[in-house]
Design a binder for this molecule. Structure first.
Ligand code: G7M
Length: 356
């Protein structure tokens, strides 16, 4: 075990469970709130996907691109059904059989779970992970200036970006960095690509990278102007060129979903790079949260000199988000009224009244 394994293990061992914040049977994740040394901690576990070792086989006779990319899916004792240790049938019916199984697990080949720990966790973290009611809000430029911008400025002052600065300037996660684009005479346009905290770094089906930029004048897409268009275009090209090469071309440029979040959790410009077949964890890739980089580039052609500051942006927000209480709740109810949507009638719950 490395020193960092030992430190992580001792923190997880000290975790004292308090309550479940959220769990999702589709993404197979659970987030637990607990205490470590009397400070709040959030432990998230995600059951990992099945793995196959993938080797690229260069065929000497390959004359076209698809031939040269033939994938050889090699099996080992841990891939999929080879790892079967126990099997119990639940039922069978005609030609259909189903049951439960235990598969042999191995840290290198098929670890059971990806664990994320946030410690000490702030109330912003806890509220973000907690199950909550979601709402769609239309953020006009006026709403942005009045409610959202002051919030972003406050978040910035609170120093929630320490992890970003650690990556950019202090060598954090350096051993995992996939690519660093850093020109001494043009630091402003540079960036770092590395595995997102959400990816185990093993299974390419779930490939999830994040590109973080040295520019610190962009808090979110709201700060993008038409003059940034060429910069974004060259980023897009670089990402699509570099990432497939980093993974031995087992993933192609057109298999990368490249997008940003609005609202993001962290107000320092960064881009998500995800295998297009990944359905996304929670709402990370959903409409109302993810905006494709290609669409950003295209839209900047038409938005005028103030760029994204001119647009109304529609997105999903949870009622645990600070912005909800800071004014978005009123914005939403006013918008529904202006749109002529009838007020929701009071719904009587018959079952509750019957005492069932
Ligand atoms: O929603 P937003 O666009 O702000 O997403 C931020 C992304 O950064 C998420 O996909 C996180 O999983 C990722 N992320 C957050 N932290 C704190 C870290 C970190 O410390 N390291 C890495 N590699 N990714 C992180």
């Amino acid at each position: 075990m490395s020193e960092s394994d030992v430190a992580f293990r001792s923190l997880v061992d000290k975790f004292r469970f308090e309550r479940v914040l959220n769990s999702n049977p589709q993404t197979k994740t659970i987030s637990l709130l607990g205490l470590i040394d009397n400070a709040p901690a959030i432990l998230t576990a995600e059951k990992t996907h099945f793995t196959f070792d993938e080797n690229k086989v260069e065929s000497p006779s390959a004359s076209n691109e698809s031939d040269s990319r033939t994938l050889h899916r090699c099996e080992n004792e841990y891939t999929c059904i080879n790892a079967l240790q126990e099997l119990r049938q639940l039922t069978s019916n005609d030609i259909y059989y189903w049951g439960l199984a235990v598969l042999k697990q191995n840290m290198d080949h098929n670890p059971t779970t990806r664990l994320n720990l946030i410690w000490p966790a702030t109330t912003v973290h806890i509220r973000k992970f907690e199950q909550q009611q979601l709402h769609l809000v239309r953020e006009t430029p006026e709403t942005y200036e009045r409610i959202v911008k002051p919030y972003i400025d406050e978040m910035y002052q609170l120093g929630r970006l320490k992890w970003v600065h650690n990556i950019l300037y202090h060598g954090a996660e350096a051993d995992r960095v996939v690519y660093r684009d850093f020109l001494d005479d043009n630091k402003r346009d540079g960036f770092v690509i590395l595995p997102d905290m959400k990816w185990d770094g093993v299974n390419l089906d779930a490939l999830y990278l994040v590109a973080i930029f040295y520019r610190d004048d962009l808090k979110s897409i709201r700060d993008l102007r038409p003059e940034d268009r060429n910069w974004l275009k060259s980023l897009n090209t670089k990402i699509k060129t570099i990432v497939p090469g980093c993974y031995n071309y087992t993933i192609r440029a057109d298999e990368l979903r490249i997008f940003v979040h609005y609202q993001p959790s962290y107000y320092h410009f960064h881009i998500h790079i995800v295998n297009v077949k990944h359905p996304g964890l929670n709402d990370g890739i959903a409409a109302g949260k993810a905006i494709l980089l290609d669409d950003l580039i295209e839209n900047l052609k038409y938005l005028g000199p103030r760029g994204y500051m001119n647009r109304t942006l529609t997105y999903v927000i949870g009622d645990n988000h600070d912005l909800w209480e800071r004014g978005l709740r009123e914005v939403v109810s006013k918008q529904l009224e202006e749109d002529g949507i009838p007020k929701t009638p009071k719904v009587v719950n018959d079952f509750a009244e019957d005492g069932d």
